[in-house]
Design a protein. Structure first.
Length: 700
């Protein structure tokens, strides 16, 4: 840390750290003046952001010192809030937890955490799960039930490992249902650098996004039809023998079955399903299979939040494999790992996670446990309301707002109102926090220490960096500190012997040789950690799958009654699967498009960030707007069979006719009042919230 005295009463410091305002963790320099954050700028030497930053950290001061911050523990009393001490809060929670366990069993306690916890690094997640192991509850729920787990499962079932696109070295980049310009701007920068070297950019999206406007080829597709397009691409590549015959013969299992399977998925069939001309589908497949190396950048939720969640990623993995784009520079590559001391206490768990009987692959396979959460989040409301398959009576929520961000908000609200005891740890009084019995003040990313070592699985950059605690706000604690102190109050000192969170991190990362002190003093700007791996299967002589090869045909899926080859199933609501409903709700609703200044439901209370957006809007094509008598800027009602909202119309050519797109996270126009939490993907139980049916009408 560099320090200089500005005057006798002023002290200014420049602190190097990682930004914690989204999941990426860009390198930043934070100016601290008189103990308060003054300014945030990017670090030019950082390999991820190279000096750039998005709008969020530029407004970090307004966010951190927002007058509505929760700064002290509070409990609900007589319909209002009463400030209490941390000791009082912890003792109350301990009493309730012990009572819950005695009356209903350990699994009746559920822990829910959101993306804001994930953005602080992976150490906190493991630590929360250690507390749950000690308590004995498998009821741990995260955004994994709507984001990333399907991608992880589909990819691991195929390769046995999790690769990432090596974007900058690629010659053909397909962005599928994704807008990295808004959702991951450093990835967009990687794409732009690849384009300058001659790479072709192809964007597949029903919206003309900022990314699509920079593409060589933009293909507009009906929401929910991604799997059909991928299968048609496989049909062309296989039937025209545009695959890498040497790789297929040596390193794949089940290609002969794939060859027979994809004959039915012709471009003409896909044209009817996707709304993409067959000639365009052929061109797409031929460009992708001839311009090598190539990558497919798929999002963590757009193509997942459907009944084809797992199979979509299986199809992408197979496309990459058979075209020779796995394990090569500019294709999909893997990384050397980051060894850690074991933190989980799985042996203490006696009960199965929620949904394990229905979705066993969600939890793991081949002797490997997966992901952040243990349970299937979409099943939580019924567990609370019906005790199905077991009762959930007490919930602790960290950095999440289920009433806003989980689908089917009305049902979620009903469920949370029926809890015996609810604790919410957050920065602001969210809709979920307002229902709580105890509210705890959470530290922001600039108020807690973490170690970021997951760059490779997010951006393809093997790197490690310390995210330093810079300031204190009120009595705000990090999630890890809360669970450490709660564990001690519960009597779990034998399993939680550390005096503070720094000791926890030093224990976790001991096998790497890294410590908080070493990263702070020797590598404040971070350091390369690990490396990209190419053609590891050739060195080791096998893939880490049961067959030792890329599993095009998955015996694991087949044994559990699932399709062993990628298939396509229409969304549960669509013009084809429910034509009668389509007659009543004749417009396709897609939700969840990202906005760069905000993240999910966060940062909308910072006026200078919200002003960079259009606010809550429904994007509607002029043709669709004219049909229903809607004018640009007018208020409209959008309705599904689950509910209705009022929202401003944004009439634009940048969306496919017959489709309405609404972003999420707006309290005044909560699109999750329209969505459904019913699990529809048969493998991992994901809901379908990217392709629903709705109707729109102008408000008089």
């Amino acid at each position: 840390m560099e320090t200089k005295n500005v005057s006798q009463n002023e002290n200014t410091e420049t602190v190097i750290t990682a930004c914690g305002m989204c999941q990426l963790g860009c390198g930043v320099k934070v100016t601290v003046k008189n103990g308060e954050i003054e300014n945030v700028v990017g670090i030019e030497s950082h390999p991820l952001n190279r000096g750039g930053i998005c709008p969020r950290p530029t407004r970090a001061r307004e966010f951190i010192y927002h007058p509505d911050r929760i700064k002290y523990p509070m409990r609900k009393r007589n319909g209002g809030w009463e400030r209490i001490s941390w000791d009082e809060a912890l003792e109350t929670i301990v009493d309730k937890l012990k009572l819950t366990k005695e009356k209903y069993g350990a699994s009746s306690l559920a822990i829910c955490f959101g993306m804001v916890v994930l953005t602080q690094g992976t150490g906190t997640i493991s630590f929360i799960r250690r507390f749950c192991d000690a308590f004995g509850t498998p009821s741990v729920f995260s955004v994994d039930a709507m984001c990333w787990r399907a991608r992880l499962v589909g990819t691991l079932l195929t390769f046995g490992k999790y690769p990432m696109p090596d974007v900058e070295e690629s010659k053909c980049i397909i962005v599928l249902g994704n807008n990295p310009h808004n959702s991951a701007w450093p990835v967009m920068a990687q794409i732009s650098r690849a384009q300058k070297k001659g790479a072709k950019l192809i964007v597949i999206d029903p919206r003309t996004t900022q990314t699509a406007k920079k593409a060589d080829m933009h293909i507009k597709m009906r929401p929910g039809a991604d799997g059909a397009l991928l299968l048609a691409m496989l049909h062309i590549i296989v039937s025209e023998k545009r695959y890498d015959e040497d790789f297929v013969s040596k390193w794949t299992h089940g290609f002969d079955k794939l060859e027979a399977h994809v004959k039915q998925y012709t471009p003409e069939w896909a044209e009817k399903v996707t709304w993409i001309p067959a000639t365009t589908i052929r061109e797409l497949a031929r460009v992708y299979s001839s311009e090598k190396p190539a990558v497919i950048i798929s999002p963590n939720n757009t193509i997942e939040e459907s009944g084809n969640a797992t199979q979509n990623h299986r199809a992408i993995s197979i496309l990459q494999a058979i075209t020779g784009n796995f394990g090569v520079p500019g294709g999909d590559v893997t990384f050397s790992g980051s060894p850690r001391s074991p933190i989980r206490l799985e042996a203490m768990l006696k009960e199965k996670p929620l949904g394990m009987d229905r979705y066993p692959l969600f939890h793991g396979f081949w002797g490997r446990l997966l992901g952040e959460g243990e349970g299937q989040t979409m099943l939580v409301p019924d567990a609370i309301l019906k005790g199905d398959p077991y009762p959930i009576k007490t919930v602790i929520v960290s950095g999440s707002n289920p009433l806003m961000t989980w689908p089917n908000s009305q049902k979620v609200r009903q469920a949370f109102k029926n809890l015996d005891f609810l604790v919410v740890m957050d920065l602001f009084m969210s809709d979920t926090a307002k229902l709580a019995d105890i509210v705890l003040p959470a530290a922001s990313g600039f108020e807690r220490t973490e170690i970021y070592d997951f760059y490779s699985v997010l951006t393809g950059i093997p790197y490690v960096m310390l995210k330093r605690k810079i300031v204190d706000i009120g009595e705000c604690w990090s999630d890890m500190k809360f669970y450490l102190e709660l564990a001690k109050k519960m009597g779990y000192q034998d399993h939680f012997p550390w005096k503070d969170t720094d000791e926890v991190f030093d224990y976790m990362f001991k096998p790497t040789g890294l410590t908080i002190k070493k990263l702070m003093e020797e590598w404040p700007e971070g350091m390369p950690f690990g490396k990209k791996l190419f053609k590891v299967h050739e060195t080791k002589g096998r893939f880490p799958t049961p067959s030792g090869k890329v599993e095009i045909y998955s015996n694991t899926l087949e044994e559990l009654g699932h399709d062993p080859l990628p298939t396509f199933t229409e969304p549960p609501e669509s013009p084809f699967s429910t034509p009668q409903l389509y007659g009543e709700f004749p417009i396709i609703l897609t939700t969840g498009a990202r906005l760069r200044p905000v993240l999910h439901s966060m940062y909308r209370n910072v006026s200078k960030l919200q002003n960079l957006t259009k606010g809550p809007i429904a994007e509607i094509h002029p043709e669709t707007a004219h049909k229903y008598g809607i004018t640009d800027g007018a208020m409209v009602q959008v309705e599904t069979k689950r509910g209705k909202i009022e929202i401003k119309a944004d009439v634009t050519e940048d969306i496919l006719p017959g489709v309405v797109s609404i972003t999420h996270g707006w309290p005044q126009s909560n699109v999750n009042l329209l969505t459904d939490n019913e699990p529809v993907d048969p493998v991992v139980g994901y809901p379908s919230i990217r392709a629903l049916l709705c109707r729109i009408s102008p408000l008089s």
